[in-house]
Write a protein that binds this ligand. Structure first.
Ligand code: SAM
Length: 291
């Protein structure tokens, strides 16, 4: 009989993955960590009962949460990643030739060490890039104390439970805003709206009190069960969310990116929100189109 990994993120529904070889299973200083092989998804990492990343579909999540803000901004030199222990986000940010420095603040060193050891294809050497700086610390505390500023801040967090809960608070978003350069963009991992509508509503309300333009963009990530995943978008420059495919394409080609999910057409389309999401956000009167 084979073992199954059952996710415990939602109270009424759960996804199960058949586990092949279990490569690691133990408690770190901060959370329960398991890495196993899935016949369909390759190697999978889960923290505190929630799947974080899988070799098979990590490209959807990581490409969208990096290429959309970096290409929309257009002149990104410094980036902050909060969380992101598997290194997939770091790798995709570093693919942009104009990026001079990426600071990644991850609370759990064991996640980084084990991801490098067991999931090397995800970071693909990014931690050795001289432009990358890894800080092991609570992201909330880091943004409060640092005097550095960033053109883009990406919150690649766990869900709002355990050590990740602070990364969804208004105070944390406020501190992030003070660390953004003018026209800077804050992007967040914001869960699956169909199953986590309150998370979407809460983040929207908190960000709205701080930024002139707040919305979400979406992508379907198969291992984050339940339909589209939402990514939070907050900036004071509304134009950055309204680029067309034709406007983004030269930036994409100029950066020389090779992608498996992201395209300039998907970039523009990802800001069009389905009606049920607009309803959750109290924006039902809108067309759902981003222009
Ligand atoms: N893609 C994933 C998802 O949506 O499920 C997120 C993956 S990433 C591995 C999440 C990382 O955030 C973990 O490595 C975790 O240790 C880190 N993390 C959680 N709370 C944190 C905090 N307060 N400061 C910095 N990193 C944190």
């Amino acid at each position: 009989m084979s073992d199954w990994y059952t996710e415990t993120l939602h109270s009424d529904v759960a996804q199960r993955l058949r586990m092949g070889r279990i490569l690691f299973r133990d408690k770190t200083e901060h959370q329960d960590l398991v890495i196993f092989e899935s016949p369909t998804l390759g190697r999978v990492m889960a923290l505190d009962g929630v799947i974080q990343t899988a070799e098979g579909d990590e490209f959807v999540y990581h490409e969208m949460l990096t290429h959309v803000p970096v290409l929309a901004h257009g002149r990104v030199r410094r980036v902050l990643i909060v969380g992101g222990g598997d290194g997939g986000m770091l790798r995709r940010v570093l693919e942009h030739p104009g990026v001079e420095r990426v600071t990644m603040v991850e609370i759990d060193r064991t996640v980084v060490d084990l991801a490098i050891r067991y999931l090397p294809s995800i970071s693909a050497g990014a931690f050795d890039d001289p432009r990358a700086e890894l800080v092991i610390a609570d992201g909330c505390r880091f943004v409060k104390e640092t005097d550095q500023t960033f053109d883009v801040i990406i919150i690649d967090s766990t869900d709002p439970q355990g050590p990740g809960a602070v990364l969804f608070t208004e105070e944390f978003y406020r501190d992030c805003k003070t660390r953004l350069t003018p026209g800077g963009i804050l992007c967040t991992q914001n869960g699956v709206p169909f199953l986590q509508p309150q998370e979407l509503r809460d983040s929207h309300g908190r960000l709205k009190r701080l930024f002139a333009d707040v919305s979400f963009f979406v992508a379907p990530v198969p291992t984050y069960y339940g339909g589209f995943m939402a990514f939070g978008w907050a900036t004071d420059d509304e134009a950055l969310r309204r680029w067309t495919e034709a406007e983004i394409r030269p930036r994409f080609e100029g950066a020389g990116l090779k992608t498996r999910y992201y395209t300039p057409a998907i970039h523009a389309a990802s800001f069009a929100l389905p009606a049920f999401m607009l309803e959750i956000l109290g924006r039902s009167g809108e067309s759902g189109e981003h222009r």
